[in-house]
Design a protein. Sequence first.
Length: 133
Amino acid sequence: MNKEIIDTALAPQAIGTYSQAVKVNQTVYLSGQIPLIPETMQMIDGDINAQIEQVLKNLQAVAEAAGGSLCDFVKVTVFLTDLSNFPIVNEIMSRYFQPPYPARAAVGVAALPKGAQVEMDAIMVLNTQDYPI
């Protein structure tokens, strides 16, 4: 097994006992991202729209550090403190992802770290043209 820890200053540093992502062969497991601004490690100001945008930017930075992009995502899990915000998630994700879309799950939770309203994690497979899924 070829295991590599992914770390980039372009995404928030881990605030616990985890890595930003772990690459095993061609699969990358991205840890959950909340709407922290990487440079300050503070929550982004603004509403749920701003939070979702920041989370996706953070995931994108980790994906790029692993040698991929959002196009390589095969699974995304969205955690929301208010599931009524799910249509907003759909609208914003449609600007970041193109068909065929990754598989996805949405989970309603009571609370998230640092008071975030949204968190997302993902699984990414690199070089899918060389390694068909």
